[in-house]
Ligand binder design. Sequence first.
Ligand SMILES: [Zn+2]
Length: 261
Amino acid sequence: MIRLTSLVATGICLALVSGQSPAEDEIVDLTHAYDEQTIYWPTASGFELHIDSRGMSDAGFYYEANSFETAEHGGTHLDAPVHFAKGRDSTDEIPLHRLVGDGVVIDVSEQAEADRDYEVTIADLKAWERAQGASLNGKIVLLRTGFARFWPDRERYMGTAERGAKAVAKLHFPGLSPAAAQWLVDEREIKSIGLDTPSIDFGQSVQFQTHRTLFEANIPAFENLANLDVLPASGFQVIALPMKIAGGSGGPLRAIAVIPR
Ligand SMILES: [Zn+2]
């Protein structure tokens, strides 16, 4: 039996073949798992899974159930605009069309390899447009720094494995420059943006101007993404759905990419 689900509004067409091998579309998981190794900001405590039940019940059947504890901003997660912009969208208020759509990858892994404090420039964004002969308008823009290869080594991924407020000054990882964020807001209309580091501002940021600029314009961000290295520069769909926390400033995110075959 073939079931065809067509999400016309977003241009996504997934053929689901039940009882047989999956459809030919390649689905890439852009998400790190949540466990005791999951990387959080130095000032946040990590992910905690509490086992509430695990084993045979008195009635004779097997039963597992857990509860969990997590900061909103750890592991692969969403930053809602309200995180740095009063009155802008909270997690539950972000329109779904910003979280589903055409994805593009801007590869700055060479620059980030040479300089772990690298900030993605306007020229990097324009270079993608020139090479692809396309505009970033309407896209979900993914910045590939290559830093996901260091996960879950905190020191290599973030620049320090230390925790607490003092560790924040020791963070070194790439991000999007404030000038490039401003250009995206002024000159383009993107849906959302994401990258494979802990923050859309680079590690040495103090003012978090990139967050503030994007979020003032209601553009959400995805952080700590995985597997951007297996995506093409364009021609795929992104589905990035966070846990729908009412009034949330962010939240755990399951993000995937669908590459049509
Ligand atoms: Zn965040």
